[in-house]
Write a protein that binds this ligand. Structure first.
Ligand code: ADP
Length: 191
């Protein structure tokens, strides 16, 4: 299955992604992780990306699309994958759809992990990670609301969106995730 997980920073995507990839036995494609690895090894992409990431801004679409396109060609992606952190803008989503269409494929489903903004801020203050500078964190939330939230409509119109309540224990949330997967599987069977 080709699944996308969308959620604002601090929504708990990491935990659910871990469970999802174990459950589906597909690779976990996290663009945040790919970018952090590129920054660590100071590749040209990493050098370019770091100035945006430090500011809580999205890196340019061309850069991220190039990275993801290459990754999707790897043999381990043939049986499906979980996309985490991509697409994050409408142009990224459109590019992904085109890329898949050329191979007679499509996204099977998109899961939104919905968490209200005040809860995100509360969690951020409670965990205080080094990259959780409150000002930068607010910028990341704003970039989610402005640039990424429109994707919910985009996938909703395709009938592929499952919005899940991101409040509760990790187990409770994963139950909701599995319900969404069953729905995607039924829809795929009808296509
Ligand atoms: P978050 O904690 O916000 O989910 P990630 O670990 O997914 O963050 O990504 C970290 C940073 O990497 C983002 O704030 C952004 O600057 C950059 N980034 C990751 N994925 C993308 C993408 N698809 N498009 C643009 N920028 C991205």
């Amino acid at each position: 299955m080709r699944i996308i997980l969308i959620g604002p920073p601090g929504a708990g995507k990491g935990t659910q992604c871990q469970r999802l990839v174990e459950h589906l036995r597909v690779p976990h494609l996290s663009t945040g992780e790919m970018l952090r690895a590129a920054v660590r090894s100071a590749t040209p992409e990493g050098v370019q990306a770091s100035k945006y990431m430090e500011q809580g801004q999205l890196v340019p679409d061309e850069l991220i699309v190039g990275m993801v396109t290459k990754r999707l060609e790897a043999p381990d992606c043939r049986k499906g994958y979980l996309l985490d952190g991509f697409p994050r803008t409408l142009p990224q989503a459109a590019t992904l759809d085109e890329l898949l269409e050329r191979r007679a494929m499509s996204v099977d489903g998109v899961i939104e992990l919905a968490v209200p903004r005040d809860e995100l801020i509360r969690r951020m203050l409670a965990r205080k990670r080094a990259d959780d500078n409150p000002e930068i964190f607010s910028k990341r939330i704003a970039s989610f609301e402005i640039q990424t939230a429109p994707l919910l409509d985009y996938y909703g119109r395709q009938g592929k969106l499952a919005s899940i309540d991101g409040l509760g224990t990790a187990d409770e949330i994963f139950e909701r995730v599995q319900t969404a997967l069953r729905r995607f599987a039924r829809a795929a069977g009808r296509r």
